[in-house]
Design a protein around this ligand. Structure first.
Ligand SMILES: [Zn+2]
Length: 133
């Protein structure tokens, strides 16, 4: 279960609405996930991050098949994909792939964000292959 803190609360609030938002630096305009107290792109110590909606489109960089359950409520095996979001190079988000453990994955495969409702008012971002498995 995600535990929002002050930095990530807007991210999780948007996820609950099935909306993907990413922190964007007010100084240089670069997206950062997860946001830190310093912008890793311009080095600002006062980045004034605001969470902005993104397309949810991206491409698979790599993946892992999880065979041992460490997240209660998720049946194994499942696939975790490391996705580079379309908005910016190296902007990465990791999530479950909903197409199942036998999905025909390849590096660069296009995916789009989906949301899994894991509890009332709580959803976690996941991904689906564009065009289906
Ligand atoms: Zn910046």
């Amino acid at each position: 279960m995600p535990v929002p803190d002050e930095q990530s609360a807007p991210f999780w609030a948007a996820a609950a609405r099935h909306e993907l938002v990413i922190a964007r630096c007010a100084r240089c305009g670069a997206f950062t996930h997860p946001p830190d107290i310093i912008c890793p792109h311009c080095g600002s110590t006062d980045p004034g991050f605001t969470f902005q909606p993104v397309s949810g489109h991206g491409t698979v960089r790599s993946w892992t098949v999880v065979r041992q359950s460490f997240l209660p409520g998720f049946d194994v095996p499942f696939v975790l994909v490391d996705v580079e979001l379309a908005e910016q190079s190296e902007l990465r988000l990791i999530g479950r792939l909903l197409d199942g453990p036998d999905a025909p994955l390849r590096v660069g495969a296009p995916v789009t964000v989906a949301f899994e409702d894991v509890a009332p008012e709580v959803a976690v971002p996941a991904f689906e292959l564009v065009g289906g498995a």
